[in-house]
Design a protein around this ligand. Sequence first.
Ligand code: NAD
Length: 348
Amino acid sequence: DRVGFAIVGLGKLALEQVLPAFAQAAHARPVALVSGSPVKMAAVAKQYGIAPDSCYTYADMARLRDNPAVQVVYVITPNALHRQHVIAAAKAGKHVLCEKPMAPSSSDCNAMIEACRAANVKLMIAYRMQYQPHAREAIRLARSGALGSVTLMDMINNQNQGDPAQWRQIKALAGGGSLPDVGLYCLNTARAVLGEEPVEVSAQIWSPPGDPRFREVEDNVAFTLRFPSGAIANCMSSYSTHRLSRLKLIGSDAWAEMEHAFDYQGQNLRVTRLVDGKDQIAETSIGVKNQFALELDHMAHSVRKNLLPRTPGEEGAQDQRIMEAIYEAARTGRTVRLAEVPGHDRFR
Ligand code: NAD
């Protein structure tokens, strides 16, 4: 029997990516909905065969406790609401999958981790690229030494946001601009590639003056992470440029490049190395799989087998701590040192 998920928030990501992906998952199914819009919810429930008595309002989330079909609550609401929805789910005794970014502040992240610990439920952050097969292979190549020692990384994740009135442009709901929304993918992937925690960050932030989209949140961010091994990651995010999502992992023996690295689809992975004195470019052939389905199945598997998810709450909290240092570095124009976190192997 599949693990039952309740979906909290029926916005673009939930309706266009997550709910359709259940059809490609092997171990997860949607069994309940939580929304502030009863008309929309009734239509979605009908489409996915969810019973009307498994439809809840946000204020009603405590009643999830009485629905045994729900084992996991998947929170897909605006960033600043993750905290209250994750804590409500934990209090209802349910495991939680929470969208990225985890929350706008470290103290929010800590409260969410603590609530899930106290309720003895799992908390996973939906870092989908850590389940995406090409990204997994890129991480494996770097960490297995197949590229030699990886000392430089170059990552970019840009979008061109439109509507200045959407929650992404409102600081109280989003927490920040391009950094927590899309730059986060560069940060999280750089950490996963090395399996190390950065010890220093420097950063520049620039938003075009007068653009109504950037009254409250930042546009362009360039940040550099320095790792204990000496490796350097150069990262960029934007909310106002043509869509671009790419990464390069540059090692002593070879370099790997991924196009559409953080997109929903279209990934490819190429490795360039010297063979008989000439650069040889090898395209890595990897079957296409829906990364949302893989992520849902990972959560289902973690719940069934009682395992720590690959991307637990601590992973979101660590990224949030580093993003706070990035903002400080940009604000002060100085390199910010980060408290040393012991090496770990979360990126299994
Ligand atoms: P969205 O605006 O399309 O949907 C948000 C939903 O939350 C809407 O249905 C809205 O009605 C509801 N909501 C509840 N309370 C609200 C309030 N007070 N103000 C505004 N909306 C409220 O946004 P989205 O793009 O679906 O993003 C939702 C979450 O998913 C965010 O945390 C975002 O960062 C994350 N996300 C992740 C990915 C990914 O690839 N993993 C992609 C997109 C979004």
